[in-house]
Design a binder for this molecule. Sequence first.
Ligand code: C2O
Ligand code: CU
Length: 544
Amino acid sequence: MPGKVNVRALSKAKAKRGRRLGAAMRKSRWPVALVLLVVPLAGCTAPSDPAQGPITTVDRATDGLAPARTTEEVRLANASTFDLTAGLVSFDPGTGARIRMFAYNGQVPGPTLRVQQGSAVSVRFTNALPYDTTMHWHGLRLDVAMDGVPGMTQAVVAPGATFRYELKFPDEGVYWYHPHVREDLQQELGLAGLIVVDGPRSPAEVWPREQTLVLDDLLLEAGDVAPFQEEEANRALMGRFGNTLLVNGAKDPVFAAAPGERLRLLVLDASNARTYQFAFPGAARVDWIGVDGGFFETPRNRSAFTLFQISPGERLTIDVVMPEAGNVTLQLKTPERTAGLARWAVQGAAVTTSTPPMGPHARAAADLLRVSEAARKPPEVTWDLDVDLAAAPGAGSPHAGMQMGRTPARAPQPVEWEEVDGAANAQSTPADVRWILRDNATGAENAALNHTFALGSLVNIRIRNLADSEHPMQHPIHLHGQRFVVASRDGIPNPDRAWKDTVLVPGGKEVMLTVEMANPGTWMVHCHISEHLEAGMAGSFTVA
Ligand code: C2O
Ligand code: CU
């Protein structure tokens, strides 16, 4: 138990369902998810008191913590061993203050791991945090025992303990790593890093200079992060939307680039809840290269004002060609606001603009051929996304609708770009709000959801985000251990096919995925909004 714990008054209702740090953090998530199935019943008879705050706030002391360092890139050779430690640092979120954060090898975001496709690397992981944790290698098709899901694939790594992860990298592309215990707290506090897997590179091709961009938002209140609860996630309704937007851990960073330079951006959304939409005003040219782990069959030329969307867990690969002079801005642009996230100052001697290397696209095109036929089959399963707000703050009151963000004046939005009604959201916990992933055919929900797919098959999975749910909201759905192509959205074939592992399903919409069931085991499927995962929105599927 960390020191300096501020225990607030416990109401009877909260005390009854309160799971103390020892219980909640040391138990695996999977049994916790099972417990959640029965919790809303208790919540019905004991509604939460809006005036009461968190049960136990987490330790925020920064005494003696080393300052976080910026991200380094490490190249890991085949058969090498890499030491990775999760620990505490102090961090300046762009305000000049120092706050307590978590870091991998002292870096926020964690080191970028670069490997050659087909290699195998051993990661000797040490947990120097005062909490249980695990490592999840998002998007990598590795052995299920290395997938980092507590209670499903491994036991948690306790404070002071180590675990050896044997990684393999069968696919070229962009992946990432993060904890799979209390992501609402651990990922928010800085635990995330990128993995870049290089495919074969022909010497005849000019590879653009690559730059990684990790998008994250921190919710700051009174100079520190808004309180977390030791026992369970808060902000379970919409997730934790931050008010401080960071790129690679920095506010408004300025990068240098040469006139005419083609820069390849590898972008990750490591936020708990925020979906971003952005453009590149000032760019001479923009080519969209790929998504998640995959490359498109050909690069997609876009304009400097094309809006790209990225949701938690997703990656985008975008080439931006610099103009002769001036600036290129990474500009956030949603119906709610326009804001600069980062900027490239164009300077120095002009360079000849290169063309995108075509090798990865040729390989993707060959690889995606067999997907087209499979995409025409009917779905093998339909998963519905829903929510049960029976016990949510304000439920049953005349203002319940407003508190859930559904005023008559404001119809459900396909994407909530910002938090709606922060007060109700701030109070909501997994005990009040149960997000649901449901098998449409069997009715099985969350921890009870499991379907077995044939190893080696290409199957279609339909995911419907129910428009008539109590709070329709976008959900980035992530399948562990396999890869898929988004075949269609609302019945319209997807023109931009590439291998993915996370898909945004907007409120009231549906997607069809063609999934390659190539990696045996029982794997997790869940919403990548950290608080929705904590509020139950996770099931499993088996490939055998
Ligand atoms: Cu990015 Cu289950 O995780
Ligand atoms: Cu969700």
